[in-house]
Design a protein around this ligand. Structure first.
Ligand code: PAF
Length: 287
């Protein structure tokens, strides 16, 4: 595995791959890799000849109250896991390399609409930071495709829209969420959970599944389903930011005729914010 510690090094590596006729897949991450990230790597390796993983804890996507400083950084462990998986390149740029003009002065990418709802309401500026860094990673690596987890469903849709709107030739691939045996979606932030919080955390997924069950069987009382979800989370001891039934491509509120949905939720347990989602099709609805 080659370590690429600057934008220039990533660009040269990727140019050499393309000159050799090899396709390149990028897996963007913030490190502290777990089985969810490794599943992205496996998918990437099935779709391209060369796989490069980026590890960059992007300061631009963290708000002043967010966990940028305490975000887990485990470089040695990450390096070992990626070598074991046969990853070809590890792109680890510095903040100065990614933001040469400084964070305050840098050009930003805004994806209207999708940035301003759900997580966007509760984390102002977050998606501008995500879109900006992803474009910068794409410009450094110039990958044929890039792989993102479906756990960050809003992020995935936003990156897809950004790639379409900006004529970015990189194919965006979404990969299903990896879960613990009790349903909790894998996330680097799970390590913040205390023992009692960890026991409660799977309630996020079970509450999403219950809402999905109602939708599946034809219930179109979307507001009622959202209200029940919020109430269930609160009584279980979580503090929800939102619990929402949405259209799976636009995140717009669904209409009575819709057959395909995504239920999304974000909730706090102590000082840890968890997000998750569940895709659902109404029973009997065609493909
Ligand atoms: O999902 C993440 O880990 C980050 O938001 C991403 C896409 C790597 C951008 O920093």
């Amino acid at each position: 595995m080659q370590t690429l510690d600057s934008v220039e090094a990533a660009r040269a590596w990727s140019r050499a791959c393309r000159n050799a006729g090899e396709s390149v897949a990028l897996v963007p991450t913030m490190g502290n890799l777990h089985a969810g990230h490794l599943s992205l790597v496996t998918h990437a390796a099935q779709l391209a000849r060369r796989v490069v993983v980026s590890i960059f804890v992007n300061p631009l996507q963290f708000g002043p109250q967010d966990d940028f400083v305490r975000y887990p950084r485990t470089p040695e462990q990450d390096d070992r896991l990626l070598r074991e998986r046969g990853v070809d390149g590890l792109f680890v740029p510095t903040v100065a390399d990614m933001y040469p003009a400084g964070l305050a002065e840098t050009t930003r990418v805004e994806v209207p609409g999708l940035s301003d709802l759900l997580c966007g309401v509760h984390r102002p500026g977050h998606f501008v930071g995500v879109a900006t860094v992803v474009v910068k990673l794409f410009n450094a690596v110039q990958p044929d495709l890039a792989v993102f987890g479906e756990k960050d469903f809003q992020q995935l849709l936003l990156i897809r829209k950004m790639a379409t709107d900006l004529n970015i030739p990189t194919r965006i691939v979404g990969v299903p969420t990896v879960r613990e045996a009790d349903g909790l979606a894998l996330s680097s932030r799970n390590r913040y959970l205390g023992a009692e919080e960890r026991k409660l955390a799977p309630r996020l997924w079970s509450t999403l599944r219950a809402a999905a069950g109602r939708l599946e069987s034809g219930d179109a009382d979307f507001q009622g389903i959202e209200g029940e979800g919020l109430e269930t989370l609160r009584s279980a001891g979580l503090r929800p930011d939102y619990f929402a039934v949405r259209h799976p491509e636009t995140l717009a509120r669904p209409g009575a005729q819709d057959c395909s949905f995504v239920v999304l939720a974000a909730a706090w347990l102590g000082t840890t914010r968890l997000i998750d989602n569940c895709r659902v099709r109404r029973k009997g609805a065609g493909r």
